[in-house]
Design a protein around this ligand. Structure first.
Ligand code: 5AD
Ligand code: SF4
Length: 374
């Protein structure tokens, strides 16, 4: 029996697909080469922008014929999209040949749902849950091992669906993270550990033992072994001096920070609920550059946030020009149902969003070219 997993979205999802693979291998499935020869196909979905959701709808829809030819094929849709009850019921209604639709919190129970389908039942359930540490991972990212350190987000940036589909911040216990990494070092296959969380800088805030992200990093560096460690993603409002010092002084920590700015304009940043100004952001960048020469810095930007004027967009261009990022991701704002920004007046025309995203990407490309040359 073969499985095939299609993953959309961020590294968190890539890592969760390794868990899905672990669960399926535990049930006797092997990794297949294509959808066509699979007995079970899993779509691990992303809800961050409309485009990501549309791709899932298209790809799931395309399986209708395959399911007709092979009624024993099991089709699973899981991840952030299906954590939203409305989207999950829409999926079930529109694509009745899909067998299992489960949200992010239900992933550890995947084997249960597959067995339920095999015995003729279909399940779709949502629940709030704890971080799962019970299910195995089948890692497939070469000599890099993803290590989840926390789930969820408390920030409620007004454009973002993540807090709704991933719940509130929950940190894993430090001991359990260290034990996982120790075991991975002992396996001998990994040269790099990438710590994952929606906002790693607030790691430990919900724990009572006084651990924070900088301490976790230092404790990981103290483990014996020849490896490097990196992490994503950082929120500028929580990036502490202690963390910058730790990155600067620990040889095992990669000199790389992904620090999403989202916008260079203070009014837009406020509307986004980002809790910093562009001046504050630039201050952090200056600190990083002063303490960690040659640190790679990358960022995310959203253009066409509701009411964003041409002038305000130019503030974003100016920030990119000033910081000279190693690379950036630029996204056109995509209204997500249930978020504050999706209800705001002054939604921006798609054509304008396109123009702005192209301008921003062109600028960043030009800067990279110049810097590569030098
Ligand atoms: N529209 C466009 N981009 C978004 N992001 C998050 N939500 C949205 C949205 N509604 C972007 C942010 C974030 C990255 C992962 O995705 O830039 O940092
Ligand atoms: Fe979304 Fe903001 Fe949380 Fe990042 S920090 S996951 S953008 S709500």
């Amino acid at each position: 029996m073969k499985y095939f997993i299609v993953t959309y979205g961020c590294q968190m999802n890539v890592h969760e697909s390794e868990k899905i693979a672990g669960i399926l291998e535990g049930m006797g499935y092997e990794c297949g080469q294509s959808r066509e020869d699979a007995d079970i196909i899993v779509f691990n979905t992303c809800a961050i922008r409309e485009g990501a959701e549309d791709r899932v709808f298209g790809n799931v829809g395309n399986l209708k014929k395959q399911k007709k030819q092979n009624p024993n094929l099991i089709i699973v849709v899981c991840g952030c999209m299906t954590q939203k009850e409305q989207t999950a019921s829409y999926l079930l209604k529109t694509f009745p040949f899909v067998d299992i639709v489960i949200g992010t919190f239900n992933l550890p129970n995947l084997a249960y749902y597959i067995n339920a389908v095999k015995s003729g039942r279909q399940k779709d359930i949502w629940q709030e849950g704890d971080i799962d540490e019970t299910q195995p991972y089948s890692r497939s990212s070469g000599d890099n091992a993803w290590v989840n350190i926390m789930q969820g987000c408390n920030n409620f940036c007004t454009y973002c669906i993540v807090p709704y589909v991933r719940g509130r911040e929950k940190s894993r216990k430090e001991e359990s993270i260290l034990n996982e990494i120790k075991a991975l070092i002992a396996e001998g296959n990994y040269k790099k550990f990438t710590l994952l969380g929606q906002n790693v800088n607030s790691y430990g805030n919900d724990l009572s033992d006084g651990v924070n992200f900088a301490k976790l990093l230092r404790d990981i560096c103290r483990l014996d072994g020849d490896f490097t460690v990196s992490f994503m993603t950082s929120h500028p409002k929580d990036l502490s001096d202690e963390l910058i010092d730790t990155i600067a002084t620990e040889p095992k920590v990669e000199k790389y920070i992904h620090l999403p700015a989202q916008s260079g304009d203070n009014r837009i940043l406020k509307l986004m609920n980002r809790k910093y100004t562009h001046e504050k952001y630039e201050e952090i960048i200056d600190k990083i550059r002063a303490k960690i020469p040659n640190c790679r810095i990358t960022s995310d930007f959203i253009v066409g946030f509701p009411t964003e004027t041409e002038e305000e967009f130019m503030r974003t261009m100016e920030l990119v020009e000033k910081v000279r990022y190693d690379s950036i991701f630029a996204f056109m704002y995509s209204p997500r149902e249930g978020t504050v920004a999706s209800q705001m007046e002054g939604q921006i025309d798609e054509k304008v969003k396109h123009e702005r995203v192209n301008k921003l990407l062109a600028l960043s490309k030009k800067i990279q070219k110049e810097d590569n040359k030098s």
